[in-house]
Design a protein around this ligand. Structure first.
Ligand SMILES: Cc1cc2nc3c(=O)[nH]c(=O)nc-3n(C[C@H](O)[C@H](O)[C@H](O)COP(=O)(O)OP(=O)(O)OC[C@H]3O[C@@H](n4cnc5c(N)ncnc54)[C@H](O)[C@@H]3O)c2cc1C
Length: 439
């Protein structure tokens, strides 16, 4: 996704842009080997949707016209965050897009393929960067059908979007550069997902049910309506609590985690796919922004820079923001591009990182080991009070979704309205629980 969006970002500035991909890139939506996470829930947050629309105008209309779903109103979402069910008033919200990853990718691919002077070189492996001194001047690629034949590609700019496990760090060190330092928070998360045909009339107009993991139960579930009347149902769990993956055990667990009012719909749903499993070891941020020396002619983007606990749904949005940034930067020339890009991309990455890591550190230390700074502990304690107030208050619920959707800065959670609502809530709580005694 980061690669496709980078192509969309660069197409206006370069005479030709070549996308190299090891998988066959078929026009019809289908899971593919290079993106194993594609069988799992992939929400496009509202900020990411807007960023993709800026790069490829009209794409959001195409998605919904072809059957993609949206979340537009608080009353379509049952979101249980840390044991707090967000207010479900009738209130419009910034639109998040719900569809399978292959469906989204097929739409982005079709638009990218149609751009003038874009060439898709699929079924090809990138095996090396090409160098002229300290400058990257392209890549060596190998057709999958003819593994003994190297193809040399020349490029003024090479963008590495090879995902979390891409080899660009090794290519840099092989050429005498330092690899970026890594920040990591291990979570050992497991996803177990099944696409189900679920009778939408049994869920009362809801399009999404999210029950997040919480310290007393590090397991969560999401049920989200997708294209073609399908629902994607994912059970996600932290280390030591991984879900069953056999169909019966998985369904038992999914039903147990689902709020009672949606259980019948889930129990009677018809499976469309088998249970797919994905292990996600750690949040991982490679600090390209801190490197002093980086070759000219090369950039890195997407999960190769940072991959976040997927339950927060941020990865594609950050990739889209990086692509938007790339487009802006090349408009003013490529001088010092890598430094400018990594430096500015670190801003959205940091926002998403702090949200993901901060959330994960609210789990007990035996589930997510790591240092809980005073700031993280204070933020999580405040968030608990905020979410309590957001159970009744639509503005707070919307602001929470906007902040986690990367649409508003975190300071929206400490607005005067939020502080008043929290104070009012505490006073009511004190009144209900009687006078406090000093001991
Ligand atoms: C389980 C799970 C659920 C997720 N859910 C969400 C979600 O709800 N919302 C969201 O926004 N994000 C989600 N994400 C994150 C999202 O998948 C990524 O952030 C997003 O796809 C951007 O990643 P990328 O393009 O950098 O890498 P990828 O999507 O991993 O793509 C890398 C591409 O590079 C290709 N490739 C790799 N090596 C080579 C090579 N040597 N030569 C040629 N091609 C190569 C691969 O085939 C692949 O196509 C989820 C991730 C996981 C793991």
């Amino acid at each position: 996704m980061a690669g496709l969006l980078a192509v969309a970002a660069l197409a206006e500035a370069y005479d030709e842009v070549v996308l190299v991909e090891r998988d066959p890139m078929r026009p019809d939506p289908a899971p593919r080997r290079g993106v194993p996470q594609g069988r799992h829930v992939h929400v496009l947050l509202s900020r990411g949707a807007k960023a993709i629309e800026t790069l490829l105008p009209g794409i959001l209309t195409e998605l919904t016209a072809d059957g993609g779903m949206t979340l537009d109103n608080l009353n379509q979402l049952h979101a249980d965050i840390d044991g707090h069910v967000l207010c479900q008033a009738d209130a419009p919200m910034d639109r998040a897009h719900l569809q399978t990853r292959p469906f989204l990718e097929a739409h982005v691919l079709a638009r990218v393929r149609a751009l003038p002077d874009v060439r898709i070189l699929d079924d090809h492996d990138v095996v090396e960067l090409r160098w002229e001194g300290t400058r990257v001047v392209g890549a060596t690629v190998v057709p999958r059908a003819a593994p003994d034949e190297d193809v040399e590609l020349d490029a003024d700019l090479t963008v590495s979007a090879l995902g979390r496990n891409g080899r660009v760090g090794a290519w840099l060190t092989d050429h005498g550069y330092e690899a970026p330092t890594e920040q990591e928070l291990r979570i050992d998360l497991m996803y177990a997902t099944r696409l189900m045909r679920l009778d939408a009339t049994r869920v009362n107009g809801y399009r999404g049910v999210l029950v997040g993991a919480k310290p007393s139960r590090p397991t969560g579930i999401s049920l989200l309506q997708q294209e073609d009347d399908a629902w994607i149902v994912t059970v996600e769990a932290f280390a030591g609590h991984h879900p069953a993956t056999d169909p019966e055990g998985w369904l038992d667990e999914a039903v147990r985690l689902t709020p009672p009012q949606f259980r019948d719909a889930l129990r009677s749903a018809e499976p469309v796919t088998d249970v797919s499993v994905h292990r996600f070891p750690a949040n991982l941020w490679r600090r390209y922004d801190r490197l002093r020396d980086f070759p000219e002619g090369l950039l890195v983007t997407g999960d190769s820079i940072c991959s976040f606990n997927p339950v927060y749904g941020q990865g594609m949005t950050v990739a889209a923001l990086e692509a938007g940034l790339l487009r802006e930067l090349v408009r003013s020339g490529t001088h010092d591009l890598a430094h400018r890009f990594f430096h500015q991309a670190a801003k959205p990455v940091r926002i998403a990182w702090e949200a993901a890591v901060g959330g994960d550190l609210s789990m007990p230390p035996d589930v997510v080991p790591g240092r809980r700074t005073v700031v993280v502990r204070a933020a999580n304690a405040y968030l608990d009070r905020y979410l309590t107030a957001a159970e009744q208050d639509a503005v707070l619920a919307l602001d929470f979704l906007d902040v986690t959707g990367l649409d508003k800065p975190a300071r929206a959670l400490v607005s005067p309205h939020a502080l008043r609502a929290i104070a009012r809530n505490s006073r009511n709580h004190d009144r209900e629980s009687g006078p406090r005694r000093a001991a």
